[in-house]
Structures are given as C-alpha cells and as structure tokens.
Design a protein around this ligand. Structure first.
Ligand SMILES: Cc1cc2nc3c(=O)[nH]c(=O)nc-3n(C[C@H](O)[C@H](O)[C@H](O)COP(=O)(O)OP(=O)(O)OC[C@H]3O[C@@H](n4cnc5c(N)ncnc54)[C@H](O)[C@@H]3O)c2cc1C
Length: 420
C-alpha cells in the first residue's frame, strides 16, 4: 500500500451491530472508518425482527470496546444475564452506539452501496491491483457518487435477501405471482402483522428457530381468534429432533422455545407436513394451494417462508472473492460452518485468515460471512472483527484463530443450532 492509500478511510458496509463494531475497533486502532448504511437509522435489519426474543444474553451481544465507550456516557448498561428482544438490542445498544460522539461523525445513513471495485481495475486486470484503492459506488437520496477508500469491510447482513420457498433454491412455480400472500423472514404476528394472520389458515415453511417463533406466535393468535389453522411444512422426514439444545444449554431461551414447540406438536395445535419440497404455488379463490412432490397441501390464506437467508454477492462481483461453493462464505470458513458437515455442531474460532479473499483489503464479516449457513451468533462476529482490524492495522500478519488456538471450539457461542 502506498502512503496515500493508508490515509484513506476504511469503508464499512452496514451499520448493524457488527458494522458498528468494525467502526469502533478501527477507531480504537487509529484508523478512520466510513460507515455506509442503506437504512434511515442504524440497525435497520434488526428493526424487522424487533419482536423476537434473542437466545443469547446481553453479555454475548455487545462488543467489549463499544461497551467501554458507552460506559463513559449516560448509557445505562443492561443486565448482562438477561435476553433482549431485537428491539431492545436496537434501542439499548445499537442506536446509542451509532449516536456516540466518536462514531456518529463517521456514519452515513440513507446510503446504499450498490457496487465495489478497485480503482481503474475491472476484475480481470492484475497489474498494480493490490496497490490500487477501492471505489465504492453509493446511492443517496440526492443521487449516486463514488467514494475512494483503502479497504472494504462488508457487514451488510443477509436479512434483505431471504431464500425462496421453492424446492430447488429457485422460486417455486407461481411463487413470485403469489408473493402478496407470502412473508419472508420473521413477521410480527402478534403486532404489526396481526390482521394479516388473525382468523386465517397459515402455512409456515422451514425447520429452524424462525419457524418455531412464527409457530409460537400463531398459536398465541389462534387463542384469540376462532377458525385459525396452523400448518407446518418441513423438509425432513420427521419432527423427532425439535428439542435439539442440551438441557443445560446456556442459551436457555432457545431450549425453552424448542420444548414449547414440542408441546404444541404433542397437543395437536400444529398440523405437520414432512418431506416438503415445494414445486408449485397456485392461487385458487384467493387462497394458496401448495404442491409438494406429488402431494397437494390444504389451501391456506398466508404462507410464512422461514427458509433462511442468503448473501447478496452482486455488490462484490467486480472484486476477486473466494467463496465456498456450498455456503457462499469465505472459502476457508466454509468447511467450518457447512451444515452438511456439522449438524448443530460447534464451530471453531476463526480469524482474518479464514475471512480473507484474493482481493487484499476486502473482508466479509458478521452474518454475511456465514453465507447461507444459519448458525451465526454476534459474539462470533465480534471476534471476527478484532482479528480483521488487527489485520488492517498490520497487513503482513494474518490471524488464523484455528491455527493459533487449535480446533478447540467455543462451546457456548457456537454450541447450538441456528439462531434463526
Ligand atoms: C430472527 C433472528 C434472531 C436472531 N437471534 C440471534 C441471537 O439470539 N443471538 C445472536 O447472537 N444472533 C442472533 N441472530 C443472528 C445475527 O446476530 C443477527 O442477524 C445480527 O443482526 C447480525 O448482525 P450484522 O451486523 O452482521 O448484520 P445486520 O444486523 O443484518 O446489519 C446489516 C446492516 O447492513 C445494512 N445494509 C444492507 N445492505 C446494504 C447495502 N447494500 N449498503 C449499505 N447498507 C446495507 C442493513 O440495513 C443493516 O443495517 C438472529 C437473527 C435473526 C434474523
């Protein structure tokens, strides 16, 4: 890197908890971040699942340096052993951190990153590549502009790109046409989306904790409104493994939810369809008819697609990334988190070496670094950030937590199944 490039800021894409952690750690190390956030406030993705109670306690959800900064303000520290909702995480941590006097001047809201490239280099051109700064193309209300930066840390999350319902990873036939009656992610069933589901027949698709949350809330709604039917479609052949977390799981909120869903199944509050692989969704008399393999499911009014998320890689397509073909995470991280290889297993700690790409100065962190794998937890992300920032300060010395600390796993942070 030339001296001039070193004086440029580091672009951080996304002001979620991990993007803000990157900014704090960069500032702490004497580097200058510029945080580019598409929403009109920090933590915009979390706002979409604010009603969901988190599995991890406050002590795992905050960056230690950020906490030390906030403690020097009027901030009231949450009780570390309690489990916040997404809204509480936003109101009590993310937003105070974003408005901290050392962070706020570096934050640009309503600024969507559309693409990133290397100055005067398309992806094909090698000569002088490593010494060229990055160009970040952003769109703001007043128009598009380019920013020139020394490095790029992509912490833009995955919440805005949910997976399809279709069995083959592409939309089921008719899925896009039926999208008005399909919710992707974790709708606020007992709050803002109440009228959408009250008294209706609803199919929840997906086998993870997002589906559990939706089922829990639908049952609570059905206690208040007559005539509801709740269907659950899962890919697996049985519902034998609902209670997956160990009894002494430190993420007790996760275990509680699993036990509750098992009870709901035992008492017949939820009608289950196994071996679901959705081929086609048709609209008949304003209801949705789902075809899965040769089976036709009962017509429903609404579908909730709790089928996970995938990373938006388009904005990095002019850079030399190296991604695991299955998980779409950085290639060395892929085998550590691939759900085909680890069923609810532990994930070894990992550092900047596992998160780097052939494009020097580029990192994907936070939940986006896990690509399609559903097991990311914030505490893992804060460790990623520490390692990446150390790397940006001293690029010669890449940190590999796996190599340095062996393959010992962090039991609490990574002990369980997907948080989503
Ligand atoms: C329902 C649910 C429950 C979860 N529960 C837990 C839990 O209990 N414990 C836990 O540790 N983890 C949990 N997670 C997982 C994870 O910790 C969270 O998703 C967390 O928000 C990830 O933080 P992040 O900063 O990586 O991404 P995000 O919080 O998603 O932040 C990404 C930010 O980037 C912005 N952005 C997106 N695209 C662009 C762009 N092109 N340009 C500029 N900005 C952009 C977004 O607006 C957003 O503000 C949960 C996730 C979900 C969905």
């Amino acid at each position: 890197m030339t001296h001039d490039i070193e004086n440029l800021p580091v672009a951080v894409i996304g002001a979620g908890p991990i993007g803000l952690s990157v900014a704090v750690n960069l500032l702490d190390a004497g580097l200058t971040p510029i945080i580019l956030e598409s929403g009109d406030r920090a933590g915009s993705n979390i706002a979409n699942w604010g009603h969901v109670r988190m599995f991890s306690p406050w002590s795992y959800n905050m960056d230690p340096i950020a906490v030390s900064w906030l403690k020097e303000t009027e901030w009231v520290e949450p009780v570390l052993s309690e489990f916040p909702t997404g809204s509480e995480l936003l109101e009590r941590y993310v937003l105070p951190l974003a408005s901290h006097e050392w962070v706020a001047p570096h934050l640009r809201l309503n600024t969507r990153v559309n693409s990133v490239s290397r100055q005067h280099h398309d992806v094909l051109r090698s000569e002088g590549r490593d010494s060229a700064p990055f160009v970040v193309r952003v769109s703001r209300p007043e128009g598009e502009r380019d920013m020139v930066v020394q490095a790029v840390v992509d912490a833009s999350g995955t919440y805005q790109t949910p997976n399809w319902l279709g069995a083959h990873g592409i939309p089921a036939i008719g899925e896009v046409a039926a999208s008005q009656s399909i919710s992707y992610g974790v709708p606020n069933i007992l709050g803002s989306a109440r009228q959408r589901y009250a008294g209706k027949s609803v199919l929840v698709v997906g086998g993870g904790h997002s589906a559990f949350n939706a089922l829990q809330d639908l049952v609570a709604l059905a206690d208040q409104f007559d005539g509801m039917r709740i269907f659950w479609g899962i890919r697996g052949a049985s519902v034998d493994n609902i209670v997956r977390s160990p009894e002494a799981d430190e993420l007790q909120e996760r275990r509680r939810l699993e036990v509750y869903i098992q009870e709901l199944l035992n008492t017949g509050r939820i009608e289950v369809f196994t071996n679901i692989a959705i081929d086609k969704i048709s609209l008949e008399d304003s209801r949705l008819v789902v075809e899965s393999r040769a089976q036709q499911l009962p017509p429903v009014d609404q579908i909730i697609a709790a089928t996970g998320f995938r990373p938006d890689l388009q904005l990095l397509s002019e850079l030399r990334t190296s991604l695991d073909p299955a998980t779409e995470s950085p290639v060395r991280l892929g085998p550590l988190i691939d759900p085909n290889l680890h069923s609810c297993g532990s994930v070894p700690e990992h550092g900047s070496a596992e998160l780097s790409h052939p494009e020097s100065g580029l990192y994907i962190v936070g939940i986006k670094s896990y690509g399609r794998a559903p097991t990311f937890l914030l505490r893992t992300g804060y460790k990623q950030v520490k390692s990446i920032v150390a790397d940006l300060v001293n690029p010669e010395k890449k940190e590999s937590a796996v190599e340095h600390r062996g393959s010992s796993c962090e039991t609490l942070v990574n002990s369980g199944c997907c948080p989503m």
